[in-house]
Design a protein around this ligand. Structure first.
Ligand code: UT7
Length: 324
């Protein structure tokens, strides 16, 4: 049974933090951040706004666009996040309760590719008949786990959320391939602690994001290339068949390397990281929604998604767009 994206909604907090703002309290500059990352500004959640609040607003955005009936038949809710409100209850259960859904609920922790991982799980569940429709959310308040004294990470991340409904689509549409992967040997390169104060390999963890940027950069360029090529092949397509590339919005240089390897011109790549920074699991849905609003996505278009992040993990998918 073909399964794909049926509806999409997003939310970003209204508070904007510019590179100039960062330079007022960190030893950094707009010139450094722009040239090394492409990021100009990012959104920051209010003090009392958490992943659950952003997730609910993203779903409300979806309902405003597609109507209340979009939630009919949703019997699972998944929230991919790296900054949940609590260990438990899971954030998805809070969302399930908010919308009064008769649905199972779980959170998914897989670094930035979490939303793509969750789409893969949802697609499999619908194909197996374990769910009719799944509400798949990526919601992040990374500003709350950022060390604001660390210029090597504080300039990169932003807050936001994206929500999609996954369900049956007509023949010839929907997800054509998924590629999911992990290499835990690189876990020390990007981490934040929880209960244990150290990880295998003697990595000492703290309560804010730690990253070895150079190591993650090299990993990212490598897996963006291999995962996209594999996803296109698994989909039975060629690079030139890709209508739109929607990559994880982490760093313009990483996006550019992947774009060049795929032989795509910028017209076929969605980039909005200059406005939002890296919103982790929310970055692809936010970028996709912008592409839809800009009229860059049409029924039958082959979309290529790819992401990488903490774990270290990666994911890619090809989806043939269906417009009802
Ligand atoms: O979703 C996954 C999340 N992770 C990523 O996507 C991160 C991938 N990595 C990157 O995007 C890049 O590695 C960074 C943007 C994080 C860093 O860029 P880079 O070109 O790899 O810089 P670097 O880490 O090699 O640092 C170069 C210099 C260093 O100074 P020295 O040692 O050359 O004197 C840093 O201390 O830049 C310095 N630096 C900064 N200077 C001004 C690091 N951060 C800053 C800063 N402002 N914010």
């Amino acid at each position: 049974m073909p399964v794909g994206l049926l509806a999409l909604g997003t939310y970003v907090p209204s508070k904007v933090l510019t590179n100039e703002d960062l330079a007022s309290f960190l030893d950094t500059s707009d010139e450094w951040i722009t040239s090394r990352t492409g990021i100009k500004e990012r959104r920051i959640a209010e003090i009392n706004e958490f992943a659950y609040d952003l997730a609910v607003k993203a779903v409300e955005g979806l309902l405003a666009r597609h109507g209340e009936e979009a939630l009919e038949g949703v019997d699972q809710v998944v929230v991919a996040t790296n900054a949940p409100d609590a260990f438990f209850p899971n954030t998805a259960a809070l969302v399930q309760n908010h919308f009064g859904l008769n649905a199972a609920a779980y959170d998914l922790l897989a670094g930035c590719p979490g939303w793509l991982y969750a789409l893969a799980q949802a697609t499999g569940q619908v194909q197996m008949g374990l769910a009719r429709k799944v509400l798949v959310i990526g919601a992040e308040v990374l500003s709350k786990i950022t060390d604001w004294r660390d210029r090597s990470t504080a300039v990169l991340f932003g807050d936001g959320a994206g929500a999609a409904i996954v369900g049956p689509v007509p023949e010839g549409f929907g997800f054509r391939s998924f590629v999911l992967g992990a290499d835990g040997s690189g876990g020390g390169a990007l981490h934040m602690g929880a209960l244990a104060s150290s990880l295998p390999g003697g990595v000492r963890t703290g309560r804010t994001i730690y990253m070895n940027g150079r190591e993650v950069f090299k990993f990212a360029v490598r897996v963006m290339d291999t995962a996209t090529v594999e996803a296109i092949e698994k989909a039975g397509l060629k690079k030139e068949d890709i209508s739109l590339f929607v990559p994880h919005q982490a760093n313009l240089r990483i996006v550019d390397a992947a774009r060049a390897r795929l032989g795509l011109d910028w017209e076929r790549v969605i980039v909005n990281l200059h406005k939002y920074g890296n919103t982790s699991t929310a970055s692809i849905p936010i970028a996709l929604k912008e592409a839809l609003e800009a009229g860059k996505v049409h029924s039958g278009d082959h979309l290529l998604f790819v992401s990488f992040g903490a774990g270290l993990t990666w994911a890619a998918a090809v989806h043939t767009w269906y417009e009802a």
